[in-house]
Design a protein around this ligand. Structure first.
Ligand SMILES: Cc1ncc(C[n+]2csc(CCOP(=O)(O)OP(=O)(O)O)c2C)c(N)n1
Ligand SMILES: [Mg+2]
Length: 533
């Protein structure tokens, strides 16, 4: 007789899942007992880190990741990371151990009260099985929900006494189930879209993270080259959907309504693919679209489709839709856009200007490097100066929640052992889930963490200017020795304050095959202010 425990692991295995990312407590021990030796348990020391690592792994591998958290307290610690996972369509199956069924109603210590409500609204589905025999079924539904387009996190709360119970024979039918997303554009929709694009005088493409997630960057290039039109990356994009040195590439759109309209002025058709329309940030009132422009979009996410405030949207899977469009649109006769002028080096300074840092990193990094960015005030500079050529070259917190980059970098490196991951992170952002260093050290995951030290929350200083608010409290973060922290967690640490030192330390780190942290003092708003005085 199979137990709930046996059949659940069998189900996970059959769905290509062989890793559990977790931080355990008493409620979770029965799930982890007799841990199958074809599975890996990846331990992280805090739940924001657990979910961040799993998020990075799921995004970079495209496969679901199982997370195991401790009841309500563990779930609570993970909520910020869950907001990012929700916004990046990350297929996470998040489980939390529940108290023994017989003690849930008396609310014994570590009962997850009203468990299924807790993670809402940041999950596609949330559930606590009504009986132990329902557990394998709930896992099956969770896997298919998480991995169907648009992908996203789901949550299961499981009473710990369920695992040893006999499984229902009917659960066997779950073991080989498949659910496939097969939403290409139907004939009429395709014709409609192609006609609009063919009739446009001056179209522009705006591409989002789901192009990269669907591994469709090459198809986006094909479409852009047929249309010979400029390509922008959607505002706040958490991934890079298009090569940043392609003639058609224009950069990442700013996240304000008026600025977007201004930059897209002159285009009569804006074609958005694989992005929300749009992920705005700073409030900049204005017209949603430039005068005379129409917007059409394709998304895999019904919520994105419904909430766009303008334009017409088609819901389809991004890869087949891009394939259909790139095949069917008529090749335009105009000249290709002119490639953006190469960025100029900026004058040498101490501390290093972020521009100099990114130029140096770009020169040193292998061409298929992966960048995980959480250096918030330098994001535009990064997009201008890094040559990102391949699928899956860039990741950023999709909900803007800090604490993503360090753990996600660990998960991404785990999923992509053949590519070097660089986490480029600010001295403020480094503190939200720095325990990721420990997992990198213990599991020998050779991420290179580069902390840009400008002594302040630079992006908030910029935002204070946008809002016109002065003398804001709580913006500086002096006095943090990241090298000591890294060494405390077992990660080798370096300092680099010139392009030559950066090159030297990156080479040293890479040849060690181990994770490393490099502190780089950088020029920021504090130096800028001193300079003006
Ligand atoms: C969880 C969370 N807390 C706070 C913020 C607000 N926030 C946005 S940017 C930022 C500053 C980050 O500073 P740093 O990492 O030093 O990068 P810099 O802006 O200096 O480049 C803060 C605190 C946030 N986005 N997420
Ligand atoms: Mg900073």
């Amino acid at each position: 007789m199979k137990t709930v425990h046996n059949i659940t692991y069998e189900l996970l295995r059959n769905n290509g899942i062989s890793k559990v990312f977790g931080n355990p407590g008493s409620n979770e021990l029965p799930f982890l007992k007799d841990f199958p030796n074809d599975f890996d348990y990846i331990l992280a020391l805090q739940e924001a880190v657990v979910v961040g690592i799993a998020d990075g792994y799921a995004l970079a591998s495209g496969t679901p990741a199982v997370v195991n958290l401790h009841s309500a307290a563990g779930t609570g610690n993970a909520m910020g990371a869950l907001a990012n996972a929700w916004n990046s369509h990350s297929p996470l199956i998040i489980t939390a151990g529940q108290q023994n069924r017989s003690m849930m109603s008396v609310e014994a210590l570590l009962t997850n009260i009203d468990a299924a409500t807790l993670p809402k609204p940041l999950v596609k589905w949330s559930h606590e099985p009504a009986t132990p025999q329902e557990v394998p079924y709930a896992f099956s539904r969770a896997i298919h929900t998480a991995t169907s387009e648009a992908k996203g996190p789901v949550y299961l709360s499981i009473p710990y006494d369920d695992w040893e119970k006999p499984a229902d024979a009917a659960s066997e039918s779950l073991l080989l189930r498949k659910v496939e997303s097969a939403r290409a554009l139907d004939k009429t929709s395709l014709q409609n879209l192609v006609t609009q694009i063919n009739n446009a005088h001056n179209p522009v493409l705006v591409l989002g993270a789901d192009v990269d997630a669907a591994e469709a960057n090459d198809l986006a290039v094909l479409l852009a080259e047929k249309l010979k039109c400029p390509v922008w990356v959607a505002p706040s994009s958490p991934r890079c959907p298009f090569p940043t040195r392609h003639v058609c590439f224009r950069g990442i759109l700013p996240a304000g309504i008026a600025s977007i309209s201004r930059l897209l002025t002159g285009h009569d058709l804006i074609v958005v693919i694989g992005a929300p329309v749009f992920r705005y940030h700073q409030y900049e009132p204005g017209a949603y679209l430039p005068e005379g422009a129409q917007l059409i979009s394709i998304t895999c996410d019904i919520n994105e489709a419904a909430r766009a405030p303008m334009g017409n949207t088609w819901i389809a899977d991004i890869k087949p839709a891009l394939r259909q469009l790139s095949r069917c649109v008529t090749e335009r006769k105009n000249a290709m856009p002119v490639i953006l002028p190469a960025t100029e080096p900026v004058a040498e300074s101490a501390p290093l200007k972020p521009e100099t840092f990114f130029d140096a990193l770009n020169a040193i990094a292998p061409e298929n490097a992966i960048y995980v960015n959480e250096s918030t005030s330098t994001t535009n500079i990064l997009w201008q100066r890094l040559n990102m050529r391949y699928q899956g070259s860039y990741y950023f917190a999709a909900a803007g929640g800090l604490g993503f980059a360090m753990p996600a970098g660990v998960g991404i490196q785990l999923a992509k052992p053949d590519r070097q991951v660089f986490v480029v992170i600010g001295d403020g952002s480094s503190n939200y889930s720095i325990q990721a260093l420990w997992t990198a050290a213990q599991y020998d995951i050779p991420v290179i963490f580069i902390v840009l030290k400008n002594g302040t929350y630079g992006a908030l200083r910029w935002f204070a200017d946008v809002l016109g608010v002065n003398n804001v409290a709580g913006l500086d973060v002096p006095g943090i020795n990241f090298s000591l922290i890294a060494e405390g967690y077992g990660v080798q640490a370096f300092q680099a304050n010139s392009p030559e030192q950066l090159q030297h330390t990156i080479n040293q780190a890479r040849s060690s095959g181990k994770p490393a942290l490099i502190e780089v003092e950088t020029w920021g708003p504090l130096q800028e202010a001193n300079n003006e005085q």
